[in-house]
Design a binder for this molecule. Structure first.
Ligand code: NAD
Length: 473
């Protein structure tokens, strides 16, 4: 059992003071030194692989293999990618001049933002804190990391790994819940990276506004899946089962609900049930690959939503079993009778898949557009026109066509929400840029200072020049 101990107010104040004092030195860390730190982090993670798997199993019942690819590999690949590209990302980028700036040098220089705070959720408690930490360290910042209070076993390993690689004046872990986070948010950071619910995201943004501190918000939402009649139904159903029930549905970009062409109704439900049995057997609680719900509170929330629905006539297609002592909820598929209850209003963040059958695409689009802009949108169709229609008439942080969830693994795509599902961009180059200030630098031409055209006193030739600018530039 991990013993729970939250950081004290004095510890938080000490980390902050030490990181503030270390700022001037931290900003001067060369790209080489930053890369060496990230490389050391990579080595320590690989050396602790078994401990990480064990901790994730205790917190979320994750299969070791799932921890390997969805947590450890996700961090390792990000660390390797950053090390490979950092030199290029951190180098000044020249931009083109127009005629007015002939002979001048214009470029963008990434500079560290300074003191950063990273706040993480519990669903990918190893991967999420570390990929953002890697971006912040790569950008040359100090980091205070506040993991979720609900993933205590993983937090312990995380804190040990970080302490082995970094001095706390550079990177420190603060453990705690609302009180400790509130204390952190009262401090003046230069950037806050928050991953969690939209409700807490608003609190973070309000606190950040007091210091005009930059924020990145990686939030959640109800991510829809569109299923067209022109699709390979067998593959699509397997795809949905994996994406939805990975980590027992506790994935921010998991499909939240499915919108299916009504002509597919019987075939879709039959294939979905078959895919579920192929994935987890006839009794999923016996499957070693099926994860558990993080805690009793989340399980009760999900159970209540399901009970409310079933009491209102929602049709249970499969699943529904809940075992409190095991924090188990079976993969559950339902057909709701109405869309105005919690099932179709709140982000589910658990193993319940509502399926809605639509008569025409406009109806499905309306259901999506009546809700907040989601983190992701999935489209299963071999019809180009259908795909284009969905993209054109919806908005989402990311979109994946004929697959789901894996868009997050692409090294050159940003990871981000839009409005209620997030602000700012993460991962790869986008993460580095988000944790950096893009400083605009202009060095005047050695022959002529451009502003001399406007120097006082204004003359007739100034007027002519301005008229020329208005006409031609
Ligand atoms: P949460 O918002 O409850 O908590 C996130 C963090 O905020 C935790 O560290 C928690 O201690 C802290 N916190 C909670 N209440 C607070 C308060 N009142 N004041 C200050 N800090 C507070 O989210 P969660 O339950 O940990 O995670 C689930 C949510 O996270 C879902 O909405 C999910 O979609 C989202 N999520 C998003 C991403 C993404 O990358 N976009 C990834 C994972 C999870």
């Amino acid at each position: 059992m991990a013993t729970r101990r939250y950081s004290t107010a004095a510890e938080i104040a000490l980390y902050y003071t030490r990181q503030t004092a270390y700022q001037p030195e931290c900003k001067q860390l060369s790209v080489q030194v930053r890369k060496e730190l990230l490389s050391k982090l990579e080595q320590v993670i690989l050396a602790r692989r078994k401990d990480i798997q064990e901790a994730l199993f205790q917190d979320l019942g994750k299969a070791a293999l799932e921890s390997d690819y969805a947590e450890i590999f996700a961090v390792i690949s990000e660390l390797r990618f950053i090390q490979k590209k950092l030199g290029r990302w951190a180098a000044p980028t020249a931009v083109a001049n127009n005629l007015l700036f002939f002979g001048a040098k214009a470029y963008i220089q990434s500079e560290p933002k300074g003191r950063t705070l990273i706040i993480s959720p519990w669903n990918y408690p190893f991967q999420l804190p570390l990929v953002h930490l890697a971006a912040s360290v790569a950008a040359g910042n100090t980091v205070i990391l506040k993991p979720s209070e609900f993933s205590e076993h993983t937090n312990r390993i995380l804190a040990e790994i970080i302490a082995e690689v970094f001095d706390p004046q550079h990177v420190a872990v603060v453990e705690g819940a609302v009180e400790e986070t509130t204390q952190l948010l009262a401090l003046r950071f230069d950037h806050i990276h928050f991953t969690g619910s939209p409700a807490v995201g608003k609190i973070v943004m309000q606190q950040a506004a007091k210091n005009l501190c930059g924020v990145t918000l990686e939030l959640g939402g109800k991510s829809p899946v569109f299923i067209d009649r022109q699709t390979d139904l067998s593959k699509t159903c397997k795809n949905i089962i994996w994406a939805k029930f990975l980590n027992a549905g506790q994935t921010c970009i998991a499909p939240d609900y499915a919108l299916v062409d009504s002509s597919l109704k019987e075939a879709f439900l039959a294939q979905l049930k078959e895919a579920l049995i192929t994935a987890f057997g006839t009794d999923p609680k016996l499957s070693k690959d099926y994860a558990r719900i993080i805690n009793g509170r989340q399980l009760t929330r999900l159970k209540t939503i399901l009970e409310e629905e079933l009491a209102q006539g929602t049709q249970l297609i499969c699943g529904g079993e809940v075992l409190e002592e095991q924090r188990y909820m079976a993969p559950t598929v339902v057909i709701p009778t109405r869309l105005d209850r919690r099932l179709m209003q709140d982000e589910l963040f658990g193993p319940i898949l509502p399926v809605i059958f639509y008569q025409d695409l406009a109806e499905a689009l309306q259901i999506v557009n009546e809700r907040e802009k989601p983190l992701s949108c999935y489209i299963f169709s071999d019809n180009k026109a259908y795909v284009e229609q969905v993209i054109k008439h919806t908005s989402a942080g990311s979109t994946c066509i004929n697959d789901a969830v894996i868009q997050i693994m692409h090294p050159n795509l940003p990871f981000a929400g839009v409005n209620n599902s997030g602000i700012g961009q993460s991962l790869g180059k986008f993460g580095f840029q988000d944790f950096s200030h893009q400083r605009a630098i202009l060095q005047s031409s050695p022959w002529v200072r451009m502003s001399s055209f406007f120097w006082f006193p204004y003359k007739e030739r100034t007027k002519k020049l301005v008229n020329l600018l208005i006409k031609w530039f």
